[in-house]
Design a protein around this ligand. Structure first.
Ligand code: ASP
Length: 308
């Protein structure tokens, strides 16, 4: 079976100055994830590597470069899920962890829980030797300026998801050569969110889901809307009912837009290697590696190709 990896760098109205860095960032992340698959790594290893690459890139709203909450602080959420066993791990509201996706994986592999939050997640990180960084180190100059401009949650949210101004969540899905699928999602959430607000990203079935019998999904967009419709699982429910990956994504995103007026996007891979990158926002940077080809796009219906 040939492996596939698809990543997104967030669905929103990406401004011109961030368009190229976002596309370059998702392409680099897709290459990082696919090289793990090529060297025999699992889907789980690949999604973690791809998401780590974007958490380390300040152009994206995850790890370094995350958005700031109402207090001007970073609070990060992440999930990872293994489609083979349905094991998943998540962290929410963590403050000084550069790669929350790896902490989420440790929650999955080293505890009997699915999610750890805030102080407990940090204590766990320390106990297993995951390095913490000074919280300020995660704050980019871009985000400091944007936060100053939009210091109000309501204005922030309306602008972010109606006018879609924010810089965004990252995610990845993969299928490996053994037929296993996995997903991972990581975010700083919504700018000016209330302290302690947790969005969809770390919530199983909302920000991501993976099941070898159906496929894997990673979502992005307005978290409260995604939570209301359990977007990742909703997409897979349509797949369960016989829809293609692409149609299932479109139907679920349209439902979210009609039912709760929320914008967003998703990347999906099926157990047979079909994949899709779909969004209802103006733009979403995405990239996919299938055989020796690197596909990518930013605008609606854009599908460009590079050699790997
Ligand atoms: N879904 C994320 C959240 O609401 C934000 C995003 O995807 O941009 O926390």
């Amino acid at each position: 079976m040939s492996s596939v990896l698809v990543v997104h760098g967030g669905a929103w109205a990406i401004p011109e100055e961030l368009a190229r860095p976002s596309v370059e960032g998702v392409k680099a992340a897709a290459r990082a994830g696919s090289s793990v698959l090529r060297s025999g790594g699992s889907a789980l290893d690949a999604v973690e590597a791809a998401v780590r690459a974007m958490e380390d890139n300040t152009v994206f709203n995850a790890g370094h470069g995350a958005t700031l909450n109402a207090d001007g602080k970073v609070e990060l959420d992440a999930i990872i899920m293994d489609g083979k066993t349905l094991a998943s791990g998540a962290v929410s509201s963590v403050k000084n962890i550069a790669n929350p996706v790896s902490l989420a994986r440790a929650v999955m592999e080293k505890t009997s829980h699915v999610m750890l939050t805030d102080t407990g997640a940090n204590l766990f990180a320390e106990s297993i030797g995951i390095r913490t960084v000074p919280a300020d180190e995660l704050v980019s100059d871009f985000e400091k300026k944007e936060w100053e401009k939009h210091k109000n949650y309501v204005t922030g949210v309306i602008e972010d998801f109606s006018f879609q101004r924010d810089h965004d969540t990252v995610g990845a899905v993969a299928l490996d050569s053994s037929g296993n699928v996995a997903c991972a999602t990581s975010t700083g959430g919504i700018r000016n969110k209330m302290v302690g607000r947790v969005g969809d990203s770390p919530v199983i079935g909302c920000g991501g889901y993976a099941d070898n019998s159906l496929g894997a999904v990673s979502c992005t967009g307005h978290g409260e809307s995604i939570l209301k419709v359990t977007l990742a699982r909703l997409i897979l429910s349509h797949v369960e009912q016989g829809k293609s990956i692409a149609d299932a994504s479109k139907l679920a995103l349209k439902y979210m837009s009609d039912r709760v007026q929320g914008g967003g996007g998703a990347v999906v891979v099926s157990p047979s290697g079909q994949w899709a990158a779909t969004f209802t926002t103006q733009r979403m940077a995405w990239a996919a590696v299938e055989r020796d080809e690197l596909w990518y796009g930013l605008e609606q219906n854009e599908r460009l190709k590079d050699q790997l």
